[in-house]
Structure formats: structure tokens, C-alpha cells
Ligand binder design. Structure first.
Ligand code: SF4
Length: 319
């Protein structure tokens, strides 16, 4: 049997909290082991940063905390230092200087990097925290400038479906970035074509509008076509695909070869689809079934679809 090649994967560029497997830079001079981040290293270009080290806090260092006393401040209780302006200035200038990138992985619960998981206190000395759903200061800057990009913390990507969504987004965005760097109409057409089923699973209406933008691009300036397409791509990927749309995309793919299957194989596939309706995690097995059938029947169009393998299979193994 001839095996058609599956998609080639671009290398997403991800800004990551340095303590997640890159350096022992936490306040206690420890590093956080993240097996998933380790597994991503061969496939992702990481830009690691420790905002607290960057503003000159040493190692080890006295803990810092967020204080809400009329305003939001970043303080170091042991020294009485107020680090608010330092951190805000650093975050703003650091993010401004970065070139293209595709998303963020931040460390949870940190007064700098935490994403809605950080403790906030009423003052420097309080022993009890007011709540534990604050953003860190660096995370605030990330959210305010880049909410259109995937932003997760290491707790979020522990959930297999959220991780799947995050990975699908960063690889789709990186692939677009790669196509956009060449700025050809054909490059965008190829990009849209190989992502069609994935986009159908995310948002069929928007997928069609994006298809029209690409199809009607002839005669327009290529830059304008890319600029028109990108915000729609970002919007399309902003929410996880709902199960009804995923089933539609799966049935669309199934239609390419269902007549070639025995009644028993059809029954098994439709049963698995029913299992997916009840438990979304069945999506990983369904993708494998569909791509193996597409390869068996030498369906080149389907084999090239990112929907079945939106990111390197090695990363699926950790799901
Ligand atoms: S959470 Fe952020 S600031 Fe804290 S050690 Fe990690 S990278 Fe540095």
C-alpha cells in the first residue's frame, strides 16, 4: 500500500516562563519539571523569560506578592520594595521588542506570570489572601496585548482537550506565519486547502468566508488578502471546536470512503462517533481511524488534511 505523506509541521514560536523547565529561577532557586514542555522541545522554538530575574531580583530571593489596596501593586514584604513600575515597564518593553510568535505558556500562581490563579493580599503583611484568581503583572501585559493568541499555563495544558486545542492553534498559526512570510496567493490557497476540515470543525461559516477571501484574491494585492484573512483565522481558532461541528467534519471525511467499507466497518465507525458525542476524548481515536482509512484508500486530499493530525503525532502520545 502506498502511504501518502501527512502534513509537514512548522515550528511554532512560544514565549514561556523560564522556570518551566529552562532554569532554576523560582524564588527558592528551583525549577518546575514539566514533562509536556520537555516533549514539546523538539517541535517548538521556545523563547524563555523570567520577568522577576529580568527586573534584577536575585536567586534565591524573598517572595513577592500582589497587594490590592485601592490599586494593584507588586511588593516584596521582606524588604518593603514596591516593584510595580519596574515590572510593568519591563513587561511592556520586553513584549514590544519580540518579533513574531504564536502563543504563550506561563507559570500558574505566580505574582508575575500567573493566569487568573495568583493570590492577592490586602496589604504587605496579611497572612490570609483575599482571593486566588488574580493575574500576575507579566500575565496582565500579555493578556492586554496578545489576547488574540493562545495563552495557557501549565495547569491548563494538563487537560487533554485544552492541550489539544492549544496545540492545534499554535501549529495552525505557525503554519500561517510560514505561508505569510512568502506572501504568495498560491501559498494561502494551499494553506486554506489543507486546513479545510480543521476549520470546518472549528467554524464552518467562517471557513467558507475565508475560502471566499482566498478565491476572490486574484486581482487584489496579495498583502491585502493575507491581512484580510488573518483576523478571521484568529477568530476561528479562538474557541475550542464544538462536538457537533467536529462530527460534521468527521462525517464529511467519512463520505469520501464510506461506500468502500463493509457494513460492519461502517457500523464500528458510527458507533465510535456516537462515543465521541458522549465523551469528547474519543476524538483522538477517531482521528487515527479516519487517517488510516484515508491512507488505505489512497485519498491524497484527505491525507493532507491537518484535521487528522493538527500537530506532530509525538505530541499526541502525551495526551
Ligand atoms: S513564574 Fe515567572 S517570574 Fe516566577 S520564576 Fe517562573 S518565570 Fe520567573
Amino acid at each position: 500500500m502506498e502511504t501518502f505523506p501527512m502534513s509537514q509541521f512548522p515550528r511554532p514560536i512560544i514565549v514561556i516562563s523560564k522556570c518551566l523547565g529552562f532554569a532554576a529561577c523560582r524564588y527558592d532557586a528551583q525549577m518546575v519539571e514539566s514533562p509536556f514542555v520537555e516533549s514539546m522541545k523538539p517541535f517548538v522554538e521556545f523563547i524563555d523569560v523570567c520577568p522577576e530575574c529580568e527586573i534584577g531580583l536575585g536567586l534565591p530571593r524573598k517572595p513577592i506578592r500582589i497587594v490590592l489596596d485601592g490599586e494593584k501593586r507588586l511588593v516584596q514584604p521582606a524588604t518593603g520594595r514596591d516593584l510595580t513600575d519596574n515590572m510593568k515597564d519591563f513587561a511592556e518593553s520586553y513584549l514590544e521588542e519580540l518579533d513574531d510568535f504564536d502563543g504563550f505558556i506561563l507559570k500558574s500562581k505566580s505574582p508575575s506570570c500567573g493566569l487568573g490563579t495568583t493570590k492577592a493580599f490586602s496589604d504587605d503583611k496579611a497572612h490570609k489572601f483575599m482571593h486566588s484568581h488574580e493575574n500576575g503583572f507579566f500575565a496582565d501585559a500579555v493578556i492586554s496585548g496578545y489576547s488574540h493568541l493562545p495563552i495557557v499555563d501549565e495547569l491548563g495544558i494538563a487537560d487533554p482537550l485544552l492541550r489539544d486545542h492549544f496545540l492545534a492553534r499554535i501549529f495552525a498559526l505557525a503554519s500561517f506565519r510560514e505561508a505569510a512570510s512568502l506572501r504568495t496567493t498560491q501559498g494561502l490557497l494551499d494553506y486554506h486547502t489543507r486546513n479545510k476540515l480543521l476549520f470546518m470543525a472549528y467554524n464552518q461559516d467562517l471557513m467558507r468566508i475565508m475560502g471566499d477571501v482566498v478565491a476572490n484574491g486574484e486581482g487584489c494585492k496579495v498583502d491585502e488578502v493575507y491581512e484580510h484573512y488573518l483576523p478571521m483565522l484568529v477568530e476561528l481558532l479562538s474557541k475550542p471546536a464544538d462536538s457537533g461541528s467536529v462530527v460534521n467534519a468527521m462525517m464529511h471525511a467519512f463520505g469520501y470512503f464510506s461506500r468502500k467499507l463493509s457494513a460492519r466497518d461502517k457500523f464500528l465507525f458510527l458507533n465510535k462517533l456516537q462515543a465521541y458525542r458522549e465523551d469528547n476524548s474519543a476524538i483522538f481515536e477517531l482521528r487515527k481511524i479516519l487517517i488510516s482509512r484515508a491512507q488505505e484508500f489512497e485519498l491524497e486530499y484527505l491525507c493532507a488534511q491537518t484535521f487528522f493530525s493538527p500537530y506532530p503525532p509525538e505530541l499526541s502520545d502525551s495526551l
